[in-house]
Design a protein around this ligand. Sequence first.
Ligand SMILES: [Zn+2]
Length: 332
Amino acid sequence: MANTTRAPSADPAPDQPSEGYRTLLGLISHEYFHTWNVKRLRPVEFAQHDYGQENYTQLLWFFEGFTSYYDDLLLRRAHLIDDAAYLKLLTKTINQVLQTPGRAVQSVAQASMDAWVKYYRQDENTPNATVSYYTKGSLVALCLDLTLRQEGKTSLDAVMRALWLRCQGGPMTEGDLLAVLQALGGRSFALEIAQWVHGTTDLPLRPLLAAQGVKVLEEPAQLAQRLGLRVTETAGVQIKIVLRGGAAEQAGLAAGDEWLGLEVGPAKSISAWRINKLDDLLLYAANASKVCALVARDKRLLKLPLALPKSITTWRLAARDSQLIGQWLNGS
Ligand SMILES: [Zn+2]
């Protein structure tokens, strides 16, 4: 019998661009925004570029992160996407950051400073040791915007315009941003910048979104996320990344392992199965709380007891109060 239950369609509404076209629009929007924020407003260290060597700054969380915040937001303001599509894009960014254990290790200011030696030289430990100044930087912008709006004095739009005037569309420092936040927001934002930009505690996304009319729902995570793994599946299941603190790490799985199969069942009737893709695990052990992973590492075959956690979730944002959301997304 054919399976007639269908997953929610990934197709956009008829008047919405396809996912690929939306991604292209987001890229164009991002690069266009750079005309102001990077080409003109730029870190003071980049006042005179030296193209003969690496140029270091702590401010990429602002220049790439805030540009990333505005790239999707401007698609919504241009009515190229609707509120639901915008919240879906934001959901994706939030989940990317929440699924990066390195966010508890590295601040976005450090990530910016380390861009030359870490961001552009990624390896199997990158998600455990680093955080992206693009994605987390965009969430810092979101948190600032929502905080400013909820305190009722100003918005990030006004802060960006004032910053442009203060710096005459040229080199700027973190001190310039703090001064503008103080002037327009009516109080010091030094604590927020210290915690969000120079610290590693999680951003207060949930209360800020809730106060802006956005519901935060939690849904069961995909299998790779539940296990704390990143794999490729083009030639069997190849483990590329083992995330810190996950079930795979606790079982002793390692980047470079080939996951060949699994053993499942009570001691008296163990069955062993070959897997070709990660989701095959669900065929043989969907209801099990633990299995034994059979992996090849170099020339050895290993059996690794592995727990299958069920409680790992991902976020999904949904509209609760479209008027509040509209005030934010329309820029009013
Ligand atoms: Zn950029």
